[in-house]
Design a protein. Structure first.
Length: 309
């Protein structure tokens, strides 16, 4: 998922922030591997999403209490939180579905295209006007996606349906990123994480009446590990943003490709083909360039505002 807005940090500690972000990506990669393992064992995606949020809620509450405090949960934007929850929960299930259908590394790599879709959607729905640099980066990034999904390239034969699910998940996640921009103007990231877990649990609990089932001990342990790892990852992301800006820690997100490749090889004997590595490099480069251009644009706007004042 795209990073939350950066809170104010009193002292920059770049190496510490980078280390925390890398550990967060390891935790998320473990969580995603558990998602794939549990679906392989017959756990329904609704169950997976429910337990992911169930374990995330106490972690989110603790992060609120240790961070901005319970008073930060007061909000006048419950409608935005509800919209973010509806899209986010749907996107989470769709992304879990993509992980179940595709090799882990390829599913993660297609997920890197979120900034590309976010740029397009921001231009359509928010009236943003990306310059030629960002549009060029978007075009190059989609070339990377095409390289990955080319059926004749790479050693893994990926189903077209799974690719479509992964792209749909990336689009939904990019919509979430736009909603987070609006919410993040007035609310800390911990508040957003809390409301996402709290508001998504009731509908997921209702769905569990139809999809919940008994499992063996191994499946329960994997679900527990999935939830704990996901919660730890969220805490580490929040902590990393306290010690370094988004532009510093964001490149660390691409380390998930290394972890997902390792887990895919160890657990499923899957190894990405050359096309996946080439496509991942193209997508990562274009996404990082889009982030850098956004930072430059924001800095120029701030400087112009300061000069006017």
């Amino acid at each position: 998922m795209p990073p939350a807005p950066t809170p104010q940090h009193q002292e920059a500690r770049p190496l510490y922030a980078i280390t925390l972000r890398l550990l967060a990506m390891l935790a998320f990669s473990i969580s995603f591997a558990c998602v794939k393992l549990t679906t392989d064992r017959g756990v329904h995606l609704i169950e997976t999403a429910f337990y992911r949020q169930l374990f995330a809620l106490p972690v989110a509450l603790v992060s609120v209490m240790l961070g901005p405090g319970l008073a930060s949960l007061r909000t006048s934007h419950i409608g935005l939180h509800a919209s973010r929850t509806a899209v986010g929960a749907t996107g989470m299930i769709v992304n879990f579905w993509a992980i179940a259908l595709l090799p882990l590394a390829e599913a993660m790599t297609i997920g890197f295209s979120v900034p590309l879709f976010a740029t397009i959607l921001a231009a359509i729905f928010l009236g943003e006007r990306p310059g030629i640099h960002r549009w060029g980066a978007v075009l190059i990034g989609f070339i990377g996606v095409i390289v990955i999904i080319n059926p004749g390239a790479g050693s893994t034969d990926m189903p077209a349906f799974g690719i479509g699910v992964a792209i749909t998940g990336a689009i939904l996640t990019s919509i979430v990123s736009l909603l987070l921009r609006q919410i993040g103007r007035t609310e800390p990231p911990t508040t957003t994480v809390f409301y996402f877990a709290a508001l998504s649990l009731p509908p997921l609990a209702i769905a569990m009446l139809f999809y919940g089932q008994a499992h063996d001990m191994t499946s329960w342990l994997l679900l527990l590990l999935m939830g704990i790892a996901g919660g730890i990852g969220q805490l580490l992301i929040t902590a990393a943003l306290r010690w370094g800006p988004v532009s510093l820690v964001l490149p660390m997100d691409y380390s998930t490709l290394l972890w997902s490749t390792l887990f895919g090889w160890l657990l499923w004997n899957n190894w990405p083909g050359n096309a996946t590595w080439v496509g991942a490099g193209i997508i990562a480069g274009s996404s990082l360039y889009i982030t850098w251009r956004e930072r430059v644009r924001h800095r120029n706007m701030v400087n112009r505002g300061a000069s006017v004042n």
